[in-house]
Design a protein. Structure first.
Length: 149
């Protein structure tokens, strides 16, 4: 089991690989699978802009494409190149991807602005009243019961 600090340091390592020549905003993520593996991700930009992939989704898609679908936590760091970091909350699309694979009350989202300063959130705090497969199948009440059990 990785400590929160180890996961944050891994996110800083991932940030070094950020490909962000258009925004110069460098994001790194470290995703801890329940298998104990850590999957690193960085943002990957594109001249056409919309193909850009966020660091968090890079980490998730790496993990899922390598057979891991269960997760404990993700650490995220982000800042403009060469500037002091501040908390970098995940975008809405990345929150939706997290919701596809992670338990809303258990999965931890760790936002760090330095290796020492960080905040820990549960997914439900960041994506309340989210849309999921269960919403389509059984309706929202059933979805709530499913995730509370
Ligand atoms: N970005 C991420 O990597 N994660 C987020 O959650 C928000 C935004 C990236 C996308 C783009 O490369 C840059 O930050 C500026 O939006």
């Amino acid at each position: 089991m990785k400590t929160e600090r180890e996961l944050i340091l891994a996110a800083y390592e991932a940030q070094r690989y950020s490909y962000s020549p258009y925004s110069n905003f460098q994001v790194g993520a470290a995703l801890l699978g329940k298998n104990g593996e850590v999957y690193l991700g960085c943002n990957i930009e594109n001249a056409a802009y919309s193909p850009t992939n966020c660091a968090e989704r890079t980490a998730f898609f790496k993990a899922v494409s390598q057979g891991c679908r269960q997760f404990e936590a993700i650490a995220i760091v982000g800042n403009k190149k060469g500037e002091q970091g501040d908390y970098c909350p995940p975008c809405g699309v990345c929150r939706q991807v997290m919701a596809e694979f992670c338990h809303p009350d258990e999965f931890k989202v760790i936002l760090a602005r330095s290796p020492e300063e960080y905040r820990v959130y549960r997914l439900r705090e960041l994506l309340p009243f989210g849309f999921g497969n269960e919403t389509m199948v059984n309706g929202y009440d059933a979805w709530q019961r499913h995730h509370q059990s």
